[in-house]
Design a binder for this molecule. Structure first.
Ligand code: FAD
Length: 494
């Protein structure tokens, strides 16, 4: 007999609610705990998961396998081509090892919930208990309501309510124990499971050997690395976070998103550790850098709540239905120049090249390039959303969809569509010395002063032209007018 923990986006041993409950169950019955992770090429394809992300997960599984092995807990990692076959595989595993209890942490996206519903039905038939647990979020969706009993669609009042709820329910931030050792004899009884190795990345998500090496150096995997990064950030940068977080040059933020999104670090752990150095009762109180950082981590919860309450956002629909009728430009050339960082807008190009190279982009730049795609190029924001997922190592459906909705004005944010980012002003404000641009757009490294933000418009034509840097592909002022009239027409306000 045994208990199963099914790992998904919770790739850690410490502070993992589902895993801890599974371990407690196994311990109380004095039976072994078995852990499972499923590699699903069809899901990767359907959800545009980036190869860098798949590689990060597989490297993390190697770290976990070692850590679990030291506790005599086997980690079974199975690659299953067809996602419909997943429940059948899990039930076979249960039958083989007499597993009567399955635990897992909930993923809130529609496909994942459907898969769970299918498994729950099959478990009922076989008299196996299936326990899905809230762990990925600090506050479970459905816990917060507006005064009229609705779900919040605006972040600020939602956040006030979130802070109050966490303060009134301090257990939400308490850590969960790491599992203890499996009973003696487990290693022998489950020998075949311990001998299984981790499968390679599926053919549709392979990285080249060089890219694999580069990614491993740039993004070391696993929960130990995540905790090191968290502690370093808290020690060295968190206090300056609220002043510096919008500056894309250098490292001004925590760069923990890949760990939050794969679950090598629980958002709960991050908030708890930050709160502990802040020593205030309310999470939005105390040192500005710390409370601001906590409020950013809370955005992650917010977008998951939105996803859970309005699941149609998973189906290529804008949160605001009335924005479905905007007539987009379908200009493939513009889209390609945007992805290649060749638009002639230095801040946009720097950011898009950072994405291609690091598989990560600073938050301010995500907003700038997303607004540029949707408003200046007037391309369907869903193309950008998909491209981000295909590139990002920290790709997370809810945060990405929320961020794109925010930038294209089609999402939950109350910001009206006529507030349109000016890429030049954004560049001057957030990269005043052009440090970020010079790093990612080497063609412009010799451009001095303010010309870095607009080389052709500010007298650096020669340097820019000689280096092959493109002229702006569109004119912002005209684009602004076009966006305003198309959005207006789409909303029937003409
Ligand atoms: P920090 O500033 O240190 O913030 C701490 C943590 O809070 C982050 O690690 C992240 O988990 C969370 N967080 C911060 N800002 C946000 C936010 N606006 N929304 C949700 N969570 C947030 N984030 C992702 O994790 N995955 C995505 O796929 C993603 N796509 C985005 C797309 C667009 C168009 C935009 C505008 C934002 C997107 N974000 C996404 C949010 C944000 O840009 C990243 O979380 C952040 O840049 C990660 O850097 P960091 O870890 O240094 O963040």
């Amino acid at each position: 007999k045994a208990v199963l923990h099914w790992y998904k986006r919770d790739l850690r041993l410490f502070d993992n609610r589902g895993l801890s409950m599974a371990a407690d169950k196994a311990k109380s019955a004095n039976i072994p705990l078995i852990c499972l992770y499923i590699v699903s090429p069809q899901d990767y394809q359907a959800h545009f998961t980036s190869p860098a992300r798949v590689d990060f997960e597989l490297r993390t599984l190697e770290v976990m396998k070692k850590d679990l092995d030291a506790l005599d807990i086997p980690l079974v990692v199975e690659s299953i081509d067809r996602r419909k076959a997943v429940p059948g595989f899990i039930l076979d595993l249960c039958e083989k090892h007499q597993i009567r209890h399955i635990y897992c942490n909930i993923e809130y996206e529609v496909d994942e919930l459907r898969r769970e519903a299918m498994l729950i039905n099959k478990c009922l038939d076989k008299d196996i208990s299936f326990t899905p647990v809230h762990d990925d979020v600090i506050v479970a969706p459905g816990s917060l309501e507006t005064g009229t009993g609705n779900q919040y669609a605006v972040y600020t009042p939602w956040f006030r309510s979130w802070v109050k709820h966490v303060t009134q329910n301090p257990d939400l931030l308490e850590p969960s124990e790491k599992p203890g050792k499996n009973p003696s004899g487990a290693r022998n009884a489950l020998k075949a499971l311990f001998e299984r190795s981790i499968p390679p990345a599926p053919a549709n998500k392979l990285l080249s050997k060089e890219e694999k090496k580069r990614m491993a150096e740039l993004w070391p995997a696993g929960e130990h690395e995540a905790n090191l990064r968290l502690n370093k950030f808290i020690k060295e940068r968190i206090e300056g976070y609220s002043d510096n977080r919008n500056i894309p040059a250098g490292t001004t933020t925590s760069v923990l998103s890949v760990h939050h999104s794969t679950g090598t670090l629980a958002a709960r752990t991050s908030v708890r550790v930050a709160r502990n150095v802040n020593t205030r009762q309310y999470l939005n109180d105390g040192k500005k850098g710390i409370s601001t950082w906590i409020s950013e981590v809370a955005w992650r919860d917010f977008y998951k709540h939105v996803l859970a309450h309005w699941p149609y956002v998973c189906m290529y629909m804008p949160f605001k239905h009335e924005y479905s009728l905007i007539e987009w430009e379908y200009n493939d050339e513009h889209f390609e120049l945007w992805t290649d960082g060749m638009t002639g807008f230095p801040i946009v190009d720097a950011a898009m090249r950072q994405l291609k190279s690091m598989k990560y982009m600073h938050n301010r730049c995500r907003m700038i390039v997303a607004s540029f795609l949707a408003k200046d190029l007037l391309l369907d924001w869903r193309l950008g959303e998909k491209y981000f997922m295909e590139q990002l190592i920290d790709g997370d459906f809810a945060s990405n969809n929320g961020g794109w909705g925010f930038s294209a004005s089609t999402g939950v944010d109350p910001q009206p569509y006529f507030r349109i980012f000016n890429p030049l002003l954004q560049s001057e404000k957030f990269d005043p010395d052009g440090e970020y641009i010079r790093k990612w757009v080497p063609e412009l490294k010799d451009v001095q002063g303010k010309a870095i933000h607009d080389p052709y418009g500010r007298g650096a034509n020669k340097i820019a032209a000689k280096s092959g840097y493109p002229k702006p592909i569109v004119e912002h002022k005209q684009c602004r007018e076009r966006a305003l009239s198309r959005y207006k027409a789409g909303l029937g306000k003409d």
